[in-house]
Design a protein around this ligand. Structure first.
Ligand SMILES: Nc1ncnc2c1ncn2[C@@H]1O[C@H](COP(=O)(O)OP(=O)(O)OP(=O)(O)O)[C@@H](O)[C@H]1O
Ligand SMILES: [Mg+2]
Length: 228
């Protein structure tokens, strides 16, 4: 069963969306300049120690284990930074950031994203662009993590002042009624923020959210947002 939702937007909530994205940009930069630099410094110290312990194999092994752990943490932080760093919303057009995200998802997951962006999609308000990007990011992640499908289709279209984003997979599907009804579970026991967050973003901009899923057949999510 599809479920739909529509709320009135407010100027304050539009500003909030852009402010959140600036805040996220700062967090990502802080992670890069803080923990990442400290881990590099710790790794260099361990490299020195590794050389000094040339004649103490047991200690050297431990030092190398510590280095491997730090390398792994670095890799994880890099993935996080890559995924959450805002992609230059002010500078780049909607089609370009959507294409970039699709390619990034394919590279990270080895999944196929079949992308169709209508040629007339044009420019839109910053808040709309940010919302479409973050919603697509979550929808692609959900398809990859939960659907079991190896490919997803993404289309972006524009009719007059409405931009529509549809993301679909032919994976295992799920009971949307059950998941969407579990609002009280959001944030409890490690997760399920994704679909809730999408609905909140859509509501803040006065758009519509439709989620259709058939067990054994797949899932399609369609978002329509005012372009301006
Ligand atoms: N494309 C999909 N195919 C199959 N199941 C899905 C799909 N998208 C969502 N689901 C189901 O809906 C649930 C809720 O999704 P939601 O994005 O809200 O949370 P999550 O992905 O589990 O966690 P989070 O997004 O907070 O990391 C998922 O746990 C999964 O069971
Ligand atoms: Mg999710």
């Amino acid at each position: 069963m599809p479920s739909r939702k529509r709320d009135a937007p407010s100027k304050a909530s539009r500003r909030l969306l852009a402010a959140n994205e600036r805040e996220l940009g700062r967090i990502v930069l802080d992670m890069h300049d803080g923990p990442v630099q400290d881990i590099f410094a710790a790794l260099s110290q361990l490299q020195v120690l590794d050389r000094a312990l040339e004649h103490d194999e047991a200690s050297q092994r431990r030092v190398r284990q510590a280095m491997a752990l730090l390398e792994r943490v670095l890799g994880e932080i890099r993935n996080f930074i890559g995924a959450f760093r805002p992609p230059g919303f002010e500078r780049r057009e909607l089609a370009e950031i959507i294409e970039g995200l699709a390619v990034q998802h394919e590279t990270l997951t080895d999944q196929v994203v079949q992308l169709t962006v209508a040629p007339n999609v044009g420019e839109c308000a910053l808040e709309t662009k940010i919302a479409l990007y973050r919603i697509l990011q979550e929808a692609l992640a959900n398809g990859f993590r939960h659907s079991g499908a190896t490919r997803q289709a993404v289309t972006v279209e524009r009719r007059a002042e409405t931009i529509t984003l549809a993301v679909s997979d032919d994976g295992r599907g799920f009971s949307t009624r059950q998941v969407l009804a579990r609002e009280e579970d959001v944030g409890v026991e490690g997760g399920h923020f994704g679909l809730r967050g999408i609905q909140d973003r859509v509501a803040m901009l006065g758009g519509t959210f439709t989620l259709t899923s058939v067990v054994g057949k797949g899932t399609t999510m369609t978002i329509a947002l005012p372009a301006e």
